[in-house]
Design a protein around this ligand. Sequence first.
Ligand code: FHN
Length: 477
Amino acid sequence: MRTLKLLIGVLIVCTAININGQSSKRSSLPLEYGAERLGKRTDKAMQKWRDNGFGQFIHFGLYAIPGGFWEGEFHSFAAEWMRAEKGVDTDKYDLLYKKFNPKQLDARAWAKQAKNMGAKYVVITTKHHDGFCLWPSKYTEHNISNSPYKKDIIKQVVEAYEAEGLDVILYFSILDWHHPSYRSKLETEDDKKEFEIFKEFTSNQLKELLTLYPSVKGFWFDGTWDSSWKDQAEFAYKLSEELRAMVPGLIIGSRYRADDNRMRGYDSNGDLMGDYGQGWERNLPSKIEDVTGNDWECVMTIPHNQWGYHSDWRGHVKDSYEILDMLARSASLDGNFVLNFGPKADGTIRIEETKIAEEIGAWMKVNGEAIHNSGHLNWEKQDWGYYTINRRTNKKYMIVFNMPISGKLRVKASKELNISKAFEIGNSDKLLKLERIYDHGEYWIHYDNVEKLKSPIVIELETSINKNLRKIENTKT
Ligand code: FHN
């Protein structure tokens, strides 16, 4: 019976959901552990998360020591996956904790750098898949207090970032390669017994984190793809209720758990589970329909796919303009953008990341109001870049990444819209020339200084609604 129910569930879901998790046709399977709600959370904590818009990700752990090289051999895969790489002796890897001594770690310097970059929150790895904990967990020996460094890194990060006014979200990998009771599949009675121990351990660790750092704003769950965890719909759901009761407003993304039918992210009815879509890893939506009316967040690496420190970034490494383009696109599609940093084993941030943080920060200092608190403006998308609208001030922005060589920028909105002024952000004295095509709701903005342009610009628009035109429109039948 259960198998039949499962089969029906999977069939319905497969036809209802496309690859991005968008539902094309809603179904209505009765679910005990499906989506918590339909649509966005409307409370203050979530509004703050949404308005933050831009965050920093930090992947820090034992993997920073090998930094992508195991016994002199280059590994091209993500450096934080070193323990799982072919030829790596896992016992030897686990002993890296004896060498983990980031003496130059200065959480206040990290926090200042993030703030100057324009980030409003940080997501920090408390424990990645290798199971090493950056806080002194009493539930495992494999933690920072047994390293030569000894000091609680999570505490330092929480205090330093909050002192700079940034919110902190704790990354936590459910998957734990180090824990003896972790199982990826529950095939035998013994597996099930062991996994019960692991579940209790996980629950204890999560509650421990919220007890130690009650000011954090959420958990960023990862490593939830294994079949063993997908079997835990009830447990995971109830645990999240307990965690939410400990910290009201706690934010948990869509990766955390599966539903009754082992569906992750979107439940069997095509509704998002958790508080925001976490499916945009190194990937961005291209249109507002892709985000299915939910909050969402993109997490992005600077090199191709390295989260933890890799000393040798090969392949394409993004520059600050490419990153800013993604940040602007995220804001324009009502999502958050989180840029990853992988500190070195000594605790310092590598020079390449510092340079990017500074360049982004310089741009954000001038143009950040088009990103923070800003979201989707429902005007016809143009090739020059992105529109955003500030949710507090209602100011409208054009973030221009691809300035045409002619300097002529097309704006197409609703027929009743009047654009009275267009100017570069912070430069309202110097108005840009506006051409209007009547009856089309179409404008052309002339930007004169194309040849002098050094970076993407933001143009602010002053607009009003032509009510007369609306009246005329309404009388037409
Ligand atoms: O396997 C991890 C990976 O190492 C990294 O932490 C990313 C960050 O989103 N998450 C997992 C892959 O989806």
